[in-house]
Design a protein around this ligand. Structure first.
Ligand code: ZN
Length: 182
């Protein structure tokens, strides 16, 4: 297994900004711990974040958010990318849509995506679908993703498990596994 950790939309607008919530902020320390460990183990980390144009069509469904170049589109302070990490911008829910993610993962020889970030039933779930369509094994870290309600979170985890064959694990389980080495 050659994994990469995908960090989806842990940006200011989704934590403290216009679409922010306490639920969303709650995952930050656990994601940080996971990323610190992963870097030490040489596991690639790819941030993929919303970066909308002004008047993006998505704003017909959601309040204006994550406009490219604005503070709201920035990754939260606690999880700033480090040297060697990757950062791609996305215009839609899926981290694969109109980004270079698939090409990057293939270049790195990755066969397994470990999904973290926001929110479980939208951007994480759409990314899981696109990963599955492209032949990647999908792992979702259940305490490093969150949704606007517990129900939405649980439903999405169940859906990803049943429909995309995703493995749902806790961050502690994953840390233990990474600690075992290759
Ligand atoms: Zn968006």
């Amino acid at each position: 297994m050659r994994p990469a950790i995908i960090v989806i939309d842990i940006i200011k607008d989704f934590t403290t900004g216009v679409l922010g919530s306490e639920r969303a902020r709650s995952i930050i320390p656990r994601v940080k711990r996971l990323l610190d460990e992963a870097r030490g183990r040489g596991v690639p980390i790819v941030y993929v974040t919303d970066a909308h144009i002004e008047n993006d069509r998505e704003f017909q469904l959601w309040p204006r958010h994550a406009v490219d170049g604005t503070p709201g589109a920035e990754i939260v302070e606690e999880l700033q990318p480090q040297q060697g990490d990757y950062h791609l911008k996305k215009p839609r829910y899926s981290a694969f849509y109109a980004t270079g993610l698939d090409a990057l993962l293939r270049e790195l020889g990755v066969d397994t995506v470990i999904l973290t970030g926001l929110v479980t039933n939208i951007c994480v779930q759409h990314t899981a679908a696109d990963a599955f369509f492209r032949g990647y094994k999908v792992v979702v870290v259940e305490d490093c993703v969150e949704a606007l309600s517990d129900e939405a979170h649980r439903e999405a985890l169940k859906y990803m498990r049943e429909i995309y064959g995703a493995e749902v694990v806790s961050s502690q389980e994953l840390l233990n596994r990474l600690g075992e080495g290759p």
